[in-house]
Design a protein around this ligand. Structure first.
Ligand code: F6R
Length: 607
């Protein structure tokens, strides 16, 4: 969602804020803005579209001042134009906001009656007016901000600046993340530690309901009742990382190619390659005593959980209930006392996943979180963090985080199987050995990129695409369709191959290529039958298979992408790569914005 930065500094802050916003642009990129106070006057520059437009604007009309706030927006209320871009002003108050003020309509009516005029369609502007109304009553800035905050319902991270106090920014958090960065004679606020990395690695994460009074030489944090609270100061890890595409055209391409390495790091955290056993884990539950687990996540992370379900049930004989988090959070699912809950999230901030986690916590169920961003809210609120070691993922479409999530799910399933005695020690070693092949084989699969690029060149001519797969290839079919639609904007659907004849077969004609994911496994023949059904109706097939599958299949295809033979448990990780590459190259041919596709954001901190 939106990204926030605020600095009470020593030198001109506008360029520093823009630099920090670049690191937050993954959160939203439909408009951006900066406001500073220079010699007692509030100034603001805003621009529609990417941050580079704001940079140009600031180049032409620079802003001075050593205190300022900045924002990169993902629109919720109001179209993405300059008027709706943050910061929003009201009589010397400037505000940036991430989240949704749920009672904004009621507050807006109330403020209008009091004579406040609205210049934008945003929910945020009510906060600026609320603070300004409290100031008009004669309250000092800090009290005015606190009173205004008490009126807000919904999810918010806010930074508030006051024209009459050049040594004060008030930050507040209820839902979306906000971190304080501690400097020497300067202080910072940011949506995450990466944004603040150039300035400091000394970070305090605000908790829900916290608000902070940030001045150059000190930071005080309070709860909503105004009582001071102590929050731990942490050293953020790995934040010196500077986002950089290396030799690649896009972050997505770079991240696809990083997979052999990050899968290997992630696996090494969970399995011991020399002994062939899973490593001991300190878990708040015992897999041997569980009667089921509940998994919940969103988007691509959800699909990694869906593949995990096949593995937990197959290898560990442990039933899994899996839900899309936005459904789970309101479903009021009864949870067994002998269950555990797993949440999967790259960002660790996804609002629906976090709400589901809190529901399970409320039910007294032990919580594990598979997260990529250390220190994220989901990581902090879980009983155990099961990290994916993918490194920062900048491309909005998830690639390396997905295969690392799969690596964790596979390792956990083997761990659970060993604990429950559903595999022998010898079988455990075999599974670990097979899984350990994934990084090496991923390198080989990536070498298919030129061939996949050719297939993509053709695919880019179509408006609709169907993805089919069975077993763990079914969630992969869903992932293939998701990846393709989100970055190329081609309409794509994923189906379980066996479901074809129950409806979607009606769509088949020469204008809708069908991409079939079918390694030569136990159910290969069944998928071949489904391909026959497609071919008999004039459908064009792109088959993603292995050498044996290519040899056995007698069906005429539009293209066949042939992977090396891979072990069963490593297959979903490896078959994820061609579908990522296919989406990537298709999007490149379509000329879309691959790393920042329209309407999306990397971190979804609103419902
Ligand atoms: C798709 C994609 C999204 C995310 C989803 C969950 O490529 O990236 O579907 O997987 O928004 O995000 P996290 O994993 O941060 O909870």
């Amino acid at each position: 969602m939106c990204g926030i930065v605020a600095i009470v500094g020593q030198t001109p802050v506008a360029p520093l804020i823009v630099d920090a916003l670049k690191r937050l642009e993954y959160r939203g990129y439909d408009s951006a803005g900066v406001a500073t106070i220079d010699a007692g006057a509030l100034g603001r520059r805003r621009a529609e579209g990417k941050l580079v437009n704001l940079e140009k604007r600031l180049g032409a009309e620079p802003l001075g001042g050593t205190i300022g706030i900045g924002h990169t927006r993902w629109a919720t209320h109001g179209i993405p134009n300059e008027t709706n871009a943050h910061p929003h002003f009201s009589n010397g108050v400037a505000i940036v906001h991430n989240g949704i003020i749920e009672n904004f309509a009621e507050l807006r009516d109330e403020l209008k009656k009091d004579g406040y005029a609205f210049t934008s369609q945003t929910d945020t502007e009510v906060v600026a007016h609320l603070v300004s109304r409290e100031l008009a009553k004669g309250l000092p800035p800090v009290e005015a901000a606190h009173n205004a905050l008490k009126r807000l319902e919904g999810a918010f991270a806010l930074a508030i600046m006051f024209q009459n106090d050049e040594d004060l920014i008030v930050g507040a958090r209820n839902g979306p993340p906000l971190a304080v960065g501690h400097g020497e004679g300067e202080m910072f606020l940011g949506s995450d530690a990466i944004a603040l990395a150039p300035f400091t690695n000394s970070i305090t994460y605000l908790e829900d309901g916290d608000w902070a009074v940030v001045r150059r030489d000190k930071v005080e944090i309070f709860d909503m009742d105004g009582k001071p609270v102590q929050r731990q100061r942490q050293r953020s890890v790995g934040t010196s990382y500077m986002v950089d595409k290396g030799n690649h055209r896009h972050f997505m391409e770079k991240e696809i190619h990083e997979q052999p390495e990050v899968i290997s790091h992630t696996l090494a955290h969970y399995v011991d390659f020399t002994t062939g056993r899973t490593k001991p884990l300190e878990l708040p539950f015992d897999f041997a005593k569980l009667d089921r687990i509940a998994i919940s996540a969103c988007g691509t992370a959800y699909l990694s959980g869906l593949i995990g379900k096949y593995w937990f049930e197959r290898y560990a004989r442990l039933p899994v209930d899996i839900d899309i988090a936005s459904e789970f959070r309101y479903r009021e699912m009864p949870l067994s006392k002998k269950s555990a809950a797993l949440f999967i999230s790259q960002s660790g901030e996804t609002a629906d996943t976090l709400a589901s986690l809190r529901y399970c916590k409320g039910e007294g169920v032990p919580i594990g979180a598979v997260v990529n961003v250390r220190g994220s809210t989901i990581a902090r609120e879980s009983d155990v963090t099961l990290p994916t070691l993918a490194g920062p993922e900048i491309g909005v479409a998830s690639t390396k985080a997905f295969t690392c999530q799969l690596s964790v799910m596979a390792a956990l399933a083997i761990h659970a199987a060993a604990a429950r005695g559903t595999v022998t020690e010898e079988e455990e070693r075999k599974l670990v050995k097979d899984l350990a092949e994934a990084p090496r084989l991923a390198n080989q699969v990536l070498r298919l990129d030129r061939q996949i690029e050719k297939v993509a060149r053709e695919l880019a001519h179509y408006k609709h695409v169907l993805y089919l797969g069975r077993d763990t290839n079914y969630p992969l079919a869903l992932e293939g369709a998701l990846k393709l639609k989100e970055i190329s904007y081609i309409h794509a659907e994923g189906y379980a191959a066996g479901e074809l004849k129950h409806g979607p077969i009606a769509l088949i004609d020469e204008n809708m290529p069908v991409i079939v994911i079918a390694p030569h496994d136990r159910i290969f023949e069944k998928t071949v039958s489904n391909m026959q059904e497609v071919a008999a109706r004039g459908g064009k097939i792109i088959l993603i298979t292995d050498e044996k599958g290519a040899e056995k299949s007698t069906i005429d295809t539009m293209d066949t992408i042939v992977l090396p033979q891979v072990p069963e448990i490593a297959a979903p990780i490896l078959y994820a790569l061609p579908i990522q590459m296919l989406a990537y190259y298709t999007a490149v041919f379509m000329g879309t914005d691959v790393d920042q596709p329209r309407n999306l954001a990397k971190s979804v901190t609103v419902e």
